[in-house]
Write a protein that binds this ligand. Structure first.
Ligand SMILES: Cc1ncc(C[n+]2csc(CCOP(=O)(O)OP(=O)(O)O)c2C)c(N)n1
Ligand SMILES: [Mg+2]
Length: 319
């Protein structure tokens, strides 16, 4: 019973449709308990809710790996593709459907090993999409093979006596690729920083590359334990144009340094840091050319007309 309560809905200017977190959640995630992927899923669903991304206009494209199961857990469009091939699929989607919000989900093996060629060119094409690299420093799905980001000496099924080659640093590499426009690093165990980083990446026009240090409690039990228990092992890159953090979150870091994300030389220096690892926005260049600007937009046709054209062509093959 509502006595004396007068609801004047016009005053509140309620949106016709409001998407809640539940509207983005699909089946229960089948990742192991304690896997960092759960935290990333939560952060992404929160972003979708905060930005009110229409599920039918949002696409998650992945390759193969534990992390690449991500699209199954989002009630949006999704494409769980082939190992290492998330980038070209996402580029195809974005080129033909610039109206869609595209996210790429890739693992360290998926991106930096079998998919490395596509990684280089995706950065150079700089199409408007968010790339989340789930870096657990191991092949998780196939149960512990050395990945290109495994620290030197990592014991795995492929290197029982310890890996013998120095790892690739995805931040350092990406900062070296032509036409790079956005590079950030975060960790799965700091939800505030994780969320703020993904949000900043989503705001950027162009390809936003975000490497997320991600825990794998089964195959890399000791990975990141020092960093999780000792926040001082992390250096926070801070700047007015960087990742926006609440003062409480900012104050929880002991090592905070000012880093202007327009300075690529400094960004490369930070990427080379040994021992402690820096998180935050390394580099952003909003002026970099976007290859999608030469796609559907450049045909001076509305998307509806393009779709009609595509459907006409496909109809020729209808049986
Ligand atoms: C062409 C091809 N080669 C190899 C495999 C086997 N395979 C599946 S997932 C995977 C590695 C996954 O590691 P990563 O990308 O780091 O993802 P994670 O499972 O750690 O999230 C490999 C080698 C495959 N599915 N397809
Ligand atoms: Mg991995």
């Amino acid at each position: 019973m509502m006595i004396g309560l007068k609801l004047d809905l016009t005053e509140h200017d309620l949106p016709e449709v409001y998407y809640s977190i539940q509207d983005y959640g699909s089946s229960t995630a089948r990742w192991c308990p304690g896997c960092g992927d759960h935290a990333i899923l939560t952060a992404v669903q929160k972003l979708c809710r905060e930005e009110q991304l229409p599920p039918e206009k949002t696409v998650f494209v992945s390759g193969i790996g534990c992390s690449s199961r991500f699209p199954h857990y989002m009630k949006t469009y999704g494409f769980h593709g082939l190992h290492g091939r998330a980038f070209p699929v996402a580029e195809g989607v974005k080129f033909r459907r610039p109206d869609l919000d595209v996210f790429v989900i890739t693992g360290d093996g998926d991106c930096a090993s079998i998919g490395a060629g596509h990684w280089v060119h995706a950065i150079r094409y700089n199409m408007d999409m968010v790339v989340l690299l789930f870096d657990n420093e191991i092949y998780g799905l196939t149960k512990k093979q050395t990945s290109p980001t495994s620290p030197l000496g990592t014991r795995s099924n492929t290197h029982p006596s310890g890996s013998v080659l120095p790892p690739i640093n995805p931040i350092q590499s990406t900062l070296g690729f032509a036409n790079v426009s956005f590079v950030a690093q975060t960790v799965d165990w700091n939800p505030a920083h994780l969320f703020a980083t993904i949000k900043k990446a989503h705001e950027h026009k162009g390809l936003s590359f975000v490497r997320i240090h991600q825990r794998c409690p089964i195959w890399m039990k000791d990975g990141f334990t020092n960093n999780v228990s000792d926040p001082d092992s992390i250096i926070l890159l801070n700047h007015e144009n960087g990742i926006e953090l609440d003062p409480q979150v900012l104050n929880s870091f002991k090592n905070v340094v000012e880093h202007d994300p327009s300075n690529i030389d400094k960004a490369r220096e930070w990427a080379n840091t040994e021992g402690k690892f820096p998180i935050g926005l390394f580099y952003q260049n909003p002026e970099a050319s976007c290859y999608d600007d030469y796609g559907a937009h450049n045909l001076h046709m509305p998307v509806s007309q393009k779709l009609e054209g595509m459907n006409n062509v496909l109809d020729r093959y209808a049986i």
